[in-house]
Each structure stands twice: as structure tokens, then as C-alpha cells.
Ligand binder design. Structure first.
Ligand SMILES: [Fe+2]
Ligand SMILES: [Fe+2]
Length: 501
């Protein structure tokens, strides 16, 4: 048993300054992945530009030279450079490249354009020269979409031009893969991903502008919040699934978006109107905006904070209020939102911060955001706590603190929303299979019978697998599968987010 002091510390440390999340399950070469992302962006630009200009254009020359730099650096380092499309992922020399905020559009572009042309892999076997690369890109972009003989055509072009250092391979189509899982909800999933990454990018932009004392435009945030509201009403599991992307490099931005998603899902259960939901979404996105005024050393300190540093840290809700009130588009902000930001660390027993002179009720927005905030913070790896709590542990801990720290009714609602086995939990089934919780059952009687994605163990690379609804029974009325217990994904080296992207 933990004593009160320890418990406080755990909660406090869970909601301490957000730090850069650590990559856990794929401790891959981050330098290679950085170069990889760079390469994907370059490829994207090259393909786009060659669609617009002819091959002798000056603007094109510039981009070809820049791309060559990246490509040849990689070849010198790795000996060979292979860029491969597999399902919804891109692999650089067999290492899966992660999505990044800036890179998302380029990833998407490359994946779709190559797939449409049925080209699966490009290999650069030795150093490449300008003319070769330009010819190659032109040959690639001018392939007709969907033609079976594209690969043969492209290979023929390479031979004709005596380009021997570039090799191309067909798109590998995995038979019958994950049909039920992907197709049906593909649209919402695609929109979800887009909104998610765009919002992270926009939050980042807003914070950068505020730091630089520049004009920050939150109208774009409002538009994105409206899209998220639409999604949460239409297809909540898709949006909630996005919150499992915990190992994202830029934690602060990711955290704001996750808090917003959880808050919206709660607001939806409270029957908020779309307008109120949008306001709640924006408030949640901006809840930690005050941290942009906290010195980096304090924010990114890998050890515990000193008393003075804590005092600075605790100013962030108030600083957030100040920032929001100074925004140019003050018309987009209303008192509910301002108070929500002010309140988000104020506990029901008023033990949190800012310190108040007179007792006051914590606002509804504040109470909602608090729960979302603590849960996301606890379940995310940090510099000072590399292995985060599992969803189950985090909920248990929050439940223990319910009377002091959270609104007990809202907490109950939140648990109902994430389920006994929250979305993204790794579970062991009585069939000895591993499952990742995809969505809780709609029927409250079956809170312990979510729909899971079955995971094959020791599997590498492949992400999405078969789905199983745990309420399903066999002919004799027995459940086909049941959860035995939850497991820690870090111990099993499973990247949960992969199953939701
Ligand atoms: Fe905060
Ligand atoms: Fe926060």
C-alpha cells in the first residue's frame, strides 16, 4: 500500500511538466529515421514539381540537387538505399519510418502515388547523379495509374537510359489482409488521422508564435476542433484510438490533442451541444498554453523540480489565461473557456493550484480537462518515468484519489468511456491469444467484453490483424474468447499505436 504522501507524489509526478516522450518499442536508429523522413519529403516535392514543370526547369534543378544530397548521404552511410511501401507503411532499408507532423502529407502522398502506379520499392544501389534522378522521377510520375505493366515500363526506361544504379520492384499485395478491419471505416480513419496530425501541427504553430511574441491565429484550431467534434459524434472509437500514439516525439503537442479527444468524448456523454463541444475542444487544446512562457530548463528538467521551480511551474494556468485573453481573435474565446484553463489543476478540495483566496467551485470544463489530463499524463512515457502506467493502473490510481482530486461522477463517466479495459490496452485472452482493445462494448453489461484486435506474437512489421468481438458466443452459448488479464505492452515490445494508424 502507498501512503498518502507517496500517492500524492505519483499523481503530482504524473501531472508534472510534459516532456519529450521517449521512443520505446523501436529503439531504432533515430538518425536514420530523421534522414528517412527528410528523404520522403524530398521525394514528395520532386514528384510534385515534376508534374508541373518540364525536366529542364531551373526550379526543378534546385530540388534535384537537394534530394541528391540526402540520397547520396544515405547511400554512403548504408551502402544501399531502399525505400519500400508495405501496406500503410514506408520502410527505409527495412526500418519502418514513423509519421511525423511535418512529414505526414509527404508520407501520404508517396504511399498513394506509388500504390496507384503499383510500384512498391525503389533501390538506389550506388551513388546517383543529377540527370539519372531527374530521368527516373519523370519516368515514374508519367506512369499511368493502375496499369499492370508499369513496372516493366519503368524498368525498360531505366535500361534505355542506362541507369543501372536504380532498381524498382513491384508493390507487394498481401492476400486478404485485414479486410474487415480497414475497409469499412477507412474514410473516418483517414479523416481522423488527418485531423489528428494537423491539429498537432497547428498547436505547435500557435505555441511557436506565442513564444516569439507573434500574432497567433486560433481560428484554424477552431476549425480543427469542429472537425474533431464531428468525428467524435460519428465515430468515436476511431478518434479515441488516436490517443494511443503515445510515443510521439513531441509530447507537449500530442498531449494537448489527446486531452482534447478525451474531453470531447466526455462532453458527448454529457450531451453537450456541438457548439459547447467545440468550445470544450479548444479549451482542452489550449489548457497548457501557459507552459509556453515557462523556461525550457524548468519544463524539460529530467529530475524532480526544486521548490522554486515548482512555484514557476504552477503559474502556467494563470499564464495560460493571460495568453488567451491577449489573443487577437478574442471573439473566439468566451469566459467558460478562460475559466476552464484557469481551473485545470484546481482540485475539488482546492489542494491544487493556483492558490485561491476564496473558495470556489471548479468549473465543469476544468473538471473534465483535469481527468483527461491526468489520465493522458500517467499513461505516457516521460524522461523521469520511462515506463508509464498501463491504462488499468492509471484508472485504479485515479479512482483511489477520486474524492480528493477528481469529480467522482465525471470519473465514473470517464471509466465507462474508456471501458474496464481502455482502448489500447494489451490483453491476454483465454485462447492464449494477445489482443489490443479496439473499442469497448456499447452495452454496459459487457464492459469487460470489448472488441479487440488479435495480435500474433513474435510478429514483426505487420500491424493490423483480425478483429474479435468478445461478446461472441459459440453454438453452445459459451463465449468464444474472454480476457484473462491485461499485460504491459512495453514488456512485449508491442507498439500499440501501430494498430490504430
Ligand atoms: Fe497543466
Ligand atoms: Fe496538461
Amino acid at each position: 500500500m502507498m501512503d498518502q504522501g507517496e500517492k500524492m507524489e505519483v499523481i503530482e509526478s504524473a501531472i508534472q511538466p510534459e516532456k519529450v516522450a521517449l521512443k520505446k518499442t523501436e529503439p531504432a536508429d533515430s538518425d536514420l529515421s530523421r534522414l528517412g523522413n527528410n528523404l520522403v519529403t524530398k521525394f514528395h516535392v520532386l514528384m510534385r514539381i515534376s508534374q508541373i514543370y518540364d525536366s529542364k526547369n531551373v526550379a526543378l534543378h534546385q530540388f534535384v540537387v537537394e534530394s541528391l544530397e540526402t540520397i547520396n548521404t544515405l547511400i554512403q552511410r548504408e551502402g544501399v538505399l531502399s525505400l519500400k511501401v508495405m501496406k500503410d507503411d514506408l520502410f527505409l532499408n527495412d526500418q519502418r519510418l514513423r509519421y511525423s507532423v511535418e512529414g505526414f502529407t509527404s508520407f501520404k502522398y508517396l504511399l498513394t502515388q506509388w500504390k496507384k502506379r503499383l510500384i512498391g520499392e525503389v533501390i538506389f544501389k550506388s551513388l546517383v547523379e543529377e540527370e539519372m534522378l531527374r530521368d527516373f522521377i519523370y519516368a515514374l510520375i508519367h506512369l499511368e495509374e493502375g496499369r499492370e505493366d508499369n513496372l516493366a515500363l519503368l524498368r525498360e526506361q531505366l535500361t534505355n537510359r542506362q541507369i543501372t544504379s536504380i532498381e524498382v520492384n513491384p508493390l507487394e499485395v498481401v492476400e486478404g489482409e485485414e479486410k474487415a478491419f480497414t475497409l469499412q471505416k477507412e474514410d473516418h480513419r483517414e479523416i481522423g488521422k488527418k485531423v489528428f496530425f494537423e491539429t498537432i501541427g497547428t498547436i505547435k504553430e500557435v505555441i511557436t508564435h506565442i513564444k516569439g511574441k507573434q500574432h497567433a491565429d486560433i481560428r484554424k484550431l477552431k476549425r480543427l476542433a469542429q472537425k474533431a467534434v464531428h468525428l467524435v459524434v460519428e465515430d468515436e472509437p476511431i478518434l479515441l484510438g488516436m490517443t494511443t500514439i503515445k510515443n510521439y516525439d513531441e509530447y507537449t503537442f500530442n498531449h494537448s490533442v489527446n486531452v482534447s479527444i478525451y474531453s470531447l468524448a466526455m462532453g458527448k456523454r454529457l450531451d453537450f451541444s456541438k457548439k459547447t463541444l467545440t468550445e470544450l475542444g479548444i479549451t482542452a487544446l489550449l489548457h497548457d498554453i501557459g507552459k509556453s512562457k515557462i523556461p525550457r530548463e524548468v519544463l524539460n528538467k529530467p529530475a524532480s523540480l526544486s521548490e522554486e521551480e515548482w512555484a514557476v511551474m504552477k503559474k502556467h494556468p494563470l499564464m495560460g489565461v493571460e495568453i488567451v485573453l491577449n489573443l487577437k481573435q478574442l471573439g473566439e474565446i468566451n469566459p467558460k473557456m478562460v475559466v476552464g484553463i484557469f481551473d485545470h489543476h484546481l482540485k475539488s478540495d482546492l489542494s491544487g493550484y493556483p492558490k485561491l483566496f476564496r473558495k470556489k467551485e471548479v468549473s465543469l470544463f476544468g473538471r473534465i480537462i483535469q481527468i483527461a489530463d491526468s489520465y493522458d499524463a500517467m499513461t505516457t512515457p516521460r524522461i523521469y518515468k520511462k515506463i508509464p502506467f498501463t491504462p488499468e493502473q492509471a484508472l485504479a490510481l485515479m479512482l483511489r484519489e477520486r474524492t480528493v482530486h477528481f469529480d467522482p461522477l465525471l470519473l465514473k463517466l470517464f471509466i465507462g468511456l474508456v471501458g474496464i479495459y481502455p482502448i489500447g490496452s494489451l490483453v491476454l485472452l483465454n485462447t492464449r491469444e494477445l489482443g489490443i482493445v479496439y473499442k469497448p462494448s456499447h452495452d454496459p453489461r459487457w464492459l469487460d467484453r470489448p472488441t479487440v484486435i488479435l495480435v500474433a506474437r513474435n510478429e514483426t512489421g505487420t500491424a493490423k490483424k483480425e478483429m474479435a468481438d468478445l461478446t461472441e458466443t459459440d453454438g453452445a452459448g459459451r463465449y468464444k474468447r474472454s480476457v484473462i488479464k491485461t499485460l504491459d505492452p512495453y514488456q512485449y515490445h508491442i507498439d500499440i499505436a501501430k494498430y490504430f494508424l
